[in-house]
Design a protein around this ligand. Structure first.
Ligand code: DX5
Ligand code: ZN
Length: 227
């Protein structure tokens, strides 16, 4: 069976008790903490920055997967590296020099990811795929949690899967936006191996679950077993 990772987006967590919400999803069986950074400039919303990353770092050993929706990108990269980020991903439209930004992320000791909006063409991968650790396909327009999955992401995933397999490199293929129990299997079949889910997970907490999110994380994993 393929190795799949579930990455709850804390954008949909209860921010009044963020530390608990981080531990709860990981103790419920999730793998990465997806950390959405929005600047009210590249995207029309404002969220969390390096201080919050630093605050949650001691709470978990899980990988913190920082998704930068900010412009410009380079200035803030070292701050997130110092704050304990493991993966830093950015949008190609948000930086002047994509190759330089990838280099900067790696120099800071982090894994580097490139993010594709629904209308962003994959040719941004042409000259940098061999330097990337992760490719993130957006299945919603970035800026908000709780939006509907855009099905055009599926052929895009298939195309990136092909390119990654041809490269022979170990590159994660992540999907972000509108991932739920009822579509995660289809998304995995299209080639994704890492699944961001915000509202699907954080809206499904149960007081009766030992770690609050056990039922929903198991339901997502059960769907992935069918692939
Ligand atoms: C959207 C963010 C996503 C978002 C996903 O701009 O990048 O990570 O939180 O939320 P859901 O899973 O609710 O679509
Ligand atoms: Zn995200």
């Amino acid at each position: 069976m393929a190795n799949y990772r579930i990455a709850p987006s804390i954008l949909s967590a209860n921010f009044a008790k963020l530390g608990e919400e981080v531990s709860a999803v990981i103790n419920s069986g999730a793998d990465f903490i997806h950390f959405d950074v929005m600047d009210n400039h590249y995207v029309p919303n404002l969220t969390i920055g390096p201080l919050v990353c630093e605050a949650i770092r001691p709470v978990t050993d899980a990988i913190i997967d920082v998704h930068l929706m900010v412009e410009p990108v380079d200035r803030i990269v070292p701050d997130f590296a110092k704050a304990g980020a493991n993966i830093i991903s950015f949008h190609p439209e948000a930086t002047r020099h994509i190759d330089r930004t990838i280099g900067l992320i790696k120099e800071q000791g982090c894994m580097a990811g490139l993010v594709f909006n629904p209308a962003t063409p994959l040719n941004y991968l042409d000259h940098v795929l061999d330097k990337l650790d992760l490719v993130l396909i957006m299945s919603v327009n970035p800026g908000f949690g709780g939006q509907k999955f855009i099905p055009e992401a599926l052929p895009k995933l298939r195309e990136v899967r092909k390119r990654i397999d041809e490269s022979g490199r170990n590159i994660l293929l992540e999907i972000d936006g509108g991932v739920k129990v009822d579509n995660i299997a289809e998304i995995a079949r299209a080639g994704a191996d890492t699944f961001v889910a915000g509202s699907a997970i954080y809206s499904a907490g149960k007081d009766s679950d030992p770690h609050r999110y056990d039922t929903i994380v198991s339901a997502l994993r059960a769907e992935l077993k069918k692939v």
